[in-house]
Design a protein around this ligand. Structure first.
Ligand SMILES: Nc1ncnc2c1ncn2[C@@H]1O[C@H](COP(=O)(O)OP(=O)(O)OP(=O)(O)O)[C@@H](O)[C@H]1O
Ligand SMILES: [Mg+2]
Length: 334
């Protein structure tokens, strides 16, 4: 004989199971009849039937019937766990491929941006440069003998303006796509940028140490590291009031390591007031090459940055290849 308390408890259990069956049926439709939910429903229905029979027979049940129910329940659970494991692997694989895709997308966007910058810089340099130079030559050919002082002054001013325009065109096109970087590589590009910056600012020292000399790397790597150094130096000059900047670029075991430090005022990295795009842009650039960038700074303590990029693409480990590199058609689950 079943006590009333036991009957009520079993009733509650059966109500919960009915709810779970309803929810699993809903999920079954949403996941296009995934085996996992079918097995869950089988488990709940079996357990529900077990309880129902127990209540209806007032606790007098054939033991073999109970064992049969248990067998069905355990088998369904075991198979569900197997498929759940398959599902987790499938989700991991999808995440891995999504990350890969977004990195490829980012790198394509940055490469396209760099290509159009270089195209524009070339057009500007080769188009405007000769025009301004010939205007300057034409002005030089004008004789000043019969000119009044006022006219000579105007001519002088015009020459000055044209010289400025030539210098600006060169500088803009160089900023957009640095020719030295393209022609002589990363170390020379950075050296050239630093010497230009030194001539324009009154900073005490910008040191640059490297072991790469004339070595050349993949164009994307050179451009990204060059842009990172430029942004960090520009930031130090713009925000930090520093007197000293150290840039160290080393090639170690197929990796380029950039260490950067300034002795300025530093900043709080977690502050919500950091509104610019510079730091997030260089982070995305490095990310697009599967590299890493870490920045350390706190108010009053200057700032330090460390970037690391592999110069040869990472070989996926056999485990990763086995896990994530399967063909598309194998990615489906039942
Ligand atoms: N070396 C530094 N020293 C002190 N503060 C810095 C330094 N670098 C960055 N910051 C702070 O971090 C903020 C974000 O820098 P970020 O380069 O992203 O933007 P920005 O330089 O202000 O603008 P943008 O780079 O888009 O022209 C800066 O506004 C500045 O407050
Ligand atoms: Mg900036």
């Amino acid at each position: 004989m079943l006590s009333l308390g036991l009957k009520i408890t079993m009733g509650v259990i059966m109500a919960i199971q009915l709810l779970a069956i309803g929810y699993a049926t809903h999920l079954l439709r949403r996941t296009k009849y995934s085996v996992i939910w079918i097995l869950c429903i089988v488990c709940f229905v079996t357990s529900f039937a077990q309880h129902l029979i127990y209540i209806l027979s007032n606790g007098v049940v054939d033991f073999r019937l109970f064992i049969t129910f248990d067998l069905i329940l355990s088998a369904a659970l075991a198979v569900a766990v197997f498929f759940a494991n398959k599902l987790v692997n499938y989700i991991n694989r999808l995440n891995y491929q999504r990350n890969l895709l977004s990195k490829r997308l980012l790198s394509t966007v940055l490469r396209t941006e760099e290509r159009s910058r270089s195209q524009f810089a070339k057009e500007l340099h080769d188009g405007m440069g000769p025009l301004l130079s010939s205007a300057k030559m034409s002005l030089s050919a004008i004789s000043t003998e019969n000119m009044s002082e006022r006219q000579q002054e105007i001519l002088q001013n015009t020459r000055f303006v044209i010289d400025e325009a030539i210098r600006s065109v060169r500088e803009i096109s160089n900023n957009m796509s640095p020719q030295v970087l393209m022609d002589f590589g990363l170390a020379q590009g950075i050296r050239n940028f630093i010497s230009r910056i030194k001539s324009l600012h009154t900073i005490e020292e910008i040191s640059f140490e490297t072991n790469i000399h004339d070595d050349r790397f993949d164009n994307d790597i050179e451009v990204v590291l060059y842009r990172v150094v430029c942004e960090l130096i520009n930031n130090s000059l713009k925000h930090s009031h520093c007197t000293k900047i150290e840039v160290v670029l080393m090639l170690k075991n197929n990796s380029l390591e950039l260490r950067y430090r300034d002795n300025g005022c530093g900043f709080n990295l977690n502050s919500s007031a950091l509104a610019g795009m510079g730091l997030s842009n260089i982070t995305s650039r490095i990310d697009s090459l599967n590299g890493a960038l870490s920045i350390n700074s706190s108010e009053g303590n200057g700032m330090e940055a460390f970037a690391h990029i592999r110069t040869k693409p990472d070989e996926p480990s056999p485990k990763t290849r086995k896990r994530y590199g399967r063909k598309r058609d194998k990615n489906s689950i039942s």
